[in-house]
Design a binder for this molecule. Structure first.
Ligand SMILES: N=CN[C@@H](CCC(=O)O)C(=O)O
Ligand SMILES: [Zn+2]
Length: 391
């Protein structure tokens, strides 16, 4: 977030500064007794509080911790309607298979531009209020040329990290001819959407009749890369499958979910650790009552791991990165430091950004302050709104 005050601001009294200016948990970059000067929305100075230069304004944070703003590298904010009844049915034992996406597609198609704009704006504001300063937003609830282009145009009003997801599911009207729908996605839909997107994604899940097979996914991703888009994949969410290996083969920036992995998937992710991030979305396992991904196995093997919300109406209607961090620590065996790194610097890597997700001189002043002395409190005080953007 940027400081709205016109001049320079010195932040002193920082209980713990978490810079995330390194790699892995070792790169958490914890500093005690540090201070920051922010000017023009940038970090102008970082050092020991004893040496803080003069500034136009001085803010005493009274022992609170300061972190980089969260980088939520996976969300689906462009939708209307909700699926609370589907959630309740799952809590009573129903399984998630992606079929409910059609309900959100119908509601989203029926919404006016202004209505969608208002909904996305409200959700982005909800994220920012919980410390998220960079967000990726996917389409995927329009599934016509016009509706996908519209969703991405609206998403682009809030972020440059927009993702074309025409291959979210095969929409009901196209079920009789899947090949024709893939042709639409790789042809006219991609052409209309590419100018509004940085990324392309596909729901690669051969076990679901709604999602896409390996060959269909490869066709979509290859066409998108040809149109100049970076690649992302929804893979291995509902069962073992080809998503992870396809993402690695095609040099995707991230493969997301990674819930059901075999040894070959983990080996592929280790080999591609400089290229492809495994983005874990534990809010989905919470909201679908599913087994959590084995984050420990991935981190211990040397896989690059990010955390994101996947905020969407079906599998996780939560916009809260602190909630995701708490789940990662409690349910996936990540240390609090690993979880914070994955939610900031890890998310930045998943978006191939080196300007966000860390606190460094010259970088954007995207800062989170905790109403607590340490990053440990994000998981320790789960459910308590201690994180907010600073400034
Ligand atoms: N799995 C595919 N897409 C979303 C869910 C979308 C929905 O159910 O509405 C996800 O990431 O979980
Ligand atoms: Zn998703």
């Amino acid at each position: 977030m940027s400081d709205t005050f016109g001049g320079s601001t010195a932040y002193v009294g920082i209980g713990e500064l978490v810079t995330c200016d390194g790699t892995g948990a070792a790169g958490l970059g914890l500093r005690a007794g540090a201070a920051l000067v922010v000017e023009g929305g940038r970090i102008a100075w970082l050092g020991d509080a004893g040496g803080v230069p003069d500034a136009d304004r001085r803010v005493d944070l009274d022992g609170r911790a300061v972190l980089p703003g969260f980088v939520d590298s996976h969300s689906h904010l462009v939708f209307d309607g909700d699926r609370a009844a589907e959630f309740a049915a799952r809590m009573a034992g129903e399984r998630y298979d992606g079929g409910g996406i059609g309900v959100s597609v119908a509601a989203t198609r029926a919404a006016s531009d202004d209505r969608l704009r208002e909904l996305v704006g409200r959700r982005v504001a909800e994220m920012r209020a919980q410390g998220t300063t960079t967000v990726e937003i996917k389409g995927g609830y329009g599934l016509t040329v016009a509706d996908e282009a519209r969703g991405l145009r609206i998403a682009g009003e809030w972020t440059s990290e927009t993702t074309f997801l025409g291959a979210h599911v095969v929409p009901p009207e196209a079920r009789g001819d899947r090949a024709a729908y893939v042709d639409l996605v790789t042809g006219p839909m991609l052409e209309a959407c590419a100018p509004h997107a940085r990324w392309a994604d596909v729901f690669c899940e051969p076990g679901s009749p709604h999602a896409f097979t390996e060959d269909e996914s490869r066709a979509v991703l290859t066409a998108a890369a040809g149109a100049g888009l970076g690649l992302r994949v929804h893979g291995n969410q509902l069962g073992p499958g080809p998503g992870v290996r396809l993402a690695v083969e095609l040099g995707a920036a991230s493969v997301d979910h990674c819930t059901f992995l075999d040894d070959a998937d983990v080996d592929a992710l280790v080999a591609a650790a400089d290229t492809t991030v495994a983005t874990l979305l534990p809010g989905v396992e919470f909201s679908t009552r599913s087994p959590y991904p084995d984050a420990r196995r991935l981190i211990d093997a040397g896989v690059a791991v990010a955390l994101a919300t996947d905020c969407n109406p079906g599998t996780c209607y939560s916009s809260s990165m602190p909630f995701v961090i708490a789940l990662a620590v409690r349910e996936m065996g990540m240390t609090p430091g690993e979880a914070v790194w994955a939610a900031t610097a890890g998310g930045a890597r998943a978006l191939r950004r080196d300007d966000v997700g860390r606190i460094a001189v010259g970088g954007p002043a995207d800062l989170v302050v905790l109403d607590a002395p340490s990053h440990l409190h994000l998981a320790y005080r789960a459910g308590v709104p201690i994180a907010s953007a600073l400034g």
